[in-house]
Design a protein around this ligand. Structure first.
Ligand SMILES: O=C(O)COP(=O)(O)O
Ligand SMILES: [Mg+2]
Length: 217
């Protein structure tokens, strides 16, 4: 029986890439470097902020030793953003409300650092749905290590848990943790849907009711 649904954030609940792009480009401007376009930034998202900045460093052949400084700067800019370009995917709120009404526990397990993850949830009005939020810097390891997901799940049996995400990283996390996985296909995945292990796939949040067996369908 479904007792808990855990959600990834970027590319799953929210389309957040445009604000990530603004923050990265602000840092690049300060470094006298040219801006990156949206598809390039999206291709760098998925493994957390330090990995994103590592990819920026590789893209511009910058010094590896600048990683910490540039990561700190992007985090600073992004954490104080007003997130005006970040939108909740259509159908997400109704899906979350339905799960909450059914008494199913809801949590977020994202690789976005915890502070901006909480800010984004606040700014988009989604915060009220979630008791637990684990970010990419909450624990010593991040997804695809299963620890963030197993930590969020706590005492609930994995057989009663569904993880919902948009990427290869999320699929791998679910497999390692032993959770069922639902793939939202319209986020920031890099490979074909058929190459990403999943128990369910959906391209529109209005169809999530079929995955979660709700009365909304
Ligand atoms: O911050 C990232 O790289 C990805 O974030 P996500 O885990 O919410 O998709
Ligand atoms: Mg994601």
């Amino acid at each position: 029986m479904l007792k808990m649904v855990v959600f990834d954030l970027d590319g799953t609940l929210v389309d957040s890439a445009a604000d990530i792009q603004v923050s990265v480009n602000q840092m690049l401007k300060e470094e006298a470097l040219p801006p990156l376009d949206l598809p390039t930034v999206i291709s760098f998202v998925g493994n957390g902020l330090p990995a994103l900045v590592e990819r920026v460093i590789a893209h511009f052949s910058l010094k590896e030793s600048d990683l910490q400084r540039l990561t700190r700067r992007v985090l600073e800019i992004y954490s104080t953003s007003d997130y005006t370009h970040t939108t909740v995917y259509d159908g997400v709120v109704a899906s979350l409300q339905d799960l909450k009404n059914r008494g199913i526990a809801l949590a977020v397990c994202t690789n976005k650092p915890e502070v901006p993850a909480r800010h984004v949830l606040q700014a988009t009005g989604l915060e009220r749905f979630f008791d637990t939020v684990v970010g990419g810097d909450t624990l010593p390891v991040r997804k695809p290590d299963p620890l963030p997901l197993t930590t969020v799940v706590g005492e609930v049996a994995m057989a009663d848990v569904l993880y919902v995400g948009d990427s290869e990283v999320d699929a791998q996390t679910a497999v390692s943790a032993g959770a069922k996985f639902a793939l939202f296909t319209e986020g920031y995945r890099k490979s074909a849907v058929s190459e990403i292990p999943h128990d369910f796939a959906f391209s529109n949040w209005r169809d999530f009711c079929k995955v979660a067996g709700s009365s909304l369908c």
